[in-house]
Structures are given as C-alpha cells and as structure tokens.
Ligand binder design. Structure first.
Ligand SMILES: Nc1ncnc2c1ncn2[C@@H]1O[C@H](COP(=O)(O)OP(=O)(O)O)[C@@H](O)[C@H]1O
Ligand SMILES: [Mg+2]
Length: 262
C-alpha cells in the first residue's frame, strides 16, 4: 500500500495565529478517515492542505506521492476530489446540475465555452444517477434542497476519478432524513473497493458512516488522537477533544455522544 497522504510536522500560521501545529498524518490507499473536533480546531485548514489548496508554513506535505512545493498543484488537484461549503459558494446560481458535475473535469465552476466530451457527460450522468440526482440534470443548482446540493457536490468531487476524496462537513444543514440518506450512501461508498481513499470531516459522532476505518480528533490546531476508528472514538479521547465529559455509545455500527450528567 502506498501513501495517499504523508504529512510530517505540518504547521500553518496566518496573521500570527497558528492554525495547524506540527501535524503528522498518514493516509494509505483504501482507508476511510473521519476527522472530528470543535469549531476552529483546524479541520478545514487541514483539508485545504490535503487538497493541495494551501501550502504549509513549515513541514512537509506529501500528497499522492508528490511533495507540495515541488509539484505543479494544477497537475495534483484533479487527482483529489473536494467537496466543501467554500467550493459550493463559488457555483453560479443558474448553473445546471449536470454542468456543476461536468465542469469538474476542467477544474472550474461555471460552464463557459469549453467543449465537453460526450464521454465526460456520460460519466457525469452516471455519477448523478448513483447519487440519486439523475432526474435533476437541467435544474439550476440554486433551486435544489440542501440534501440534493450535497449529493451533487459529491458527484462533482468524484468526476475526475480522484485517488483521494475530501468531504468537509457534507451532512451540515441536512434534516434527519437527508442526513440518514447521505450516511447510507457514504456507507456504500466506504465499502466500494474501487472508491478512493476518503477523508470526511464532521462535528457529530452520529454522522460517522459504518465502514469508515480510521479517525482523527483535533483541537487547537493539533491532533488529540489518530488511528484505527475504534481506538480513537473513545469517551476519553472525545471528551478531551471537545472539552467536556461525554458519554459515548455504539449500536448497529453507529456511534452517538451526549454530555455526561454531573
Ligand atoms: N486567514 C486566516 N487568518 C487568521 N485566522 C484564520 C484564517 N483562516 C482561518 N482562521 C482561523 O483558523 C482556525 C481554524 O479554522 P478552520 O480550519 O476553519 O477550523 P474548523 O474547520 O475545524 O472549524 C479558526 O479559529 C479560524 O478562525
Ligand atoms: Mg471547518
């Protein structure tokens, strides 16, 4: 197994503030990671580095056997699928669902004058079908429900057949049915041997899809715990990461957490 991500001593400083503090992290082919931690812990920043969108201030970020700083990021980015609120906000309001997905081939949002190959359109259609969106092809992205938008964004992230898939809070803003639908789909993705190595950021233990293999807990730009899922998602580690005593339970492959009553 080769390394998909190999971060060594990665720090990121912005405006004098340390957003990431000497992070060491390895992700191998076939692994499915969940990253959790309170608001401001540095999860999105870490994903931006893993997605070759940000350079570390210090340390070495190895991504798909390339080293950030020694590779043209425009060669690297198509090999990484990223879905995040920041990216979604760049999608023009009237862009159709099919175009939102197909434009990923060109690393752009917003269809302009590019000539798309029939092959690309067929792949986009197949992905939209898999994610339950094939009857929405010509709908403007802005007219979709939050759950539908999230599924389109994941289809877009998979468009370039990436070797690494990064999902930043895909369940945020979904209602219960939408969340459960998304978790079911992510569970299927996790079990698909052809699927890329995946990193999922979430705030809620309830959103960890069964089949995910590893977890990282972050706090204040650093790692509280990282490794095999069952070793990391313990009451002790989660309580430390979130800064309050938690009671953690697990049933049918799903985790949940509530504050411990005093
Ligand atoms: N350009 C910036 N300058 C200063 N601080 C920033 C900048 N961008 C993000 N931050 C801060 O970095 C911290 C980590 O942010 P982020 O990675 O988005 O955390 P998370 O995704 O875990 O909520 C936050 O406190 C945020 O306010
Ligand atoms: Mg974030």
């Amino acid at each position: 197994m080769s390394d998909v991500l190999e971060l060594a001593g990665v720090s990121l400083v912005r405006s004098g503030k340390t957003l990431l503090n000497s992070v060491d992290w390895q992700v191998k082919e076939g692994e499915r990671w969940v990253i959790m931690g309170p608001n401001g812990a540095g999860k999105t920043t870490l994903l931006q580095i893993a997605g070759a969108r940000l350079h570390p201030t210090t340390g070495v970020a190895g991504i798909l056997d390339e080293v950030m700083g020694a590779v043209d990021v425009f060669d690297l980015r198509p090999r990484i699928g990223l879905a995040s609120a920041a990216l979604a906000s760049q999608i023009p309001e009237h862009e159709t669902v099919l175009n939102v997905v197909v434009t990923a081939s060109y690393g752009v949002t917003g269809r302009w004058r590019e000539q798309y190959e029939k092959l690309d359109e067929r792949r986009a259609f197949r992905l939209l079908h898999t994610w339950g969106m094939s009857t929405f092809l010509n709908r403007p992205f802005a007219s979709l429900s939050e759950g539908e938008r999230k599924r389109v964004q994941i289809a877009r992230a998979l468009m370039t057949d990436p070797e690494l898939l990064l999902l930043d809070e895909p369940a945020a803003g979904l209602d219960l049915a939408g969340r459960e639908d998304l978790i079911r789909r992510l569970t299927e993705l996790a079990q698909d041997e052809e699927a890329p190595a995946t990193v999922l950021v979430t705030h809620h233990l309830e959103e960890v899809p069964p089949g995910f293999t590893h977890a990282m807990l972050m706090r204040d730009g650093g790692i509280v715990a990282a490794g095999p899922l069952g070793d990391v998602l313990t009451e002790e580690h989660l309580s430390e990461a979130f800064g309050l005593p938690l009671k953690v339970s697990r049933a049918d492959g799903r985790y949940s957490a509530v504050a411990r009553s005093a």
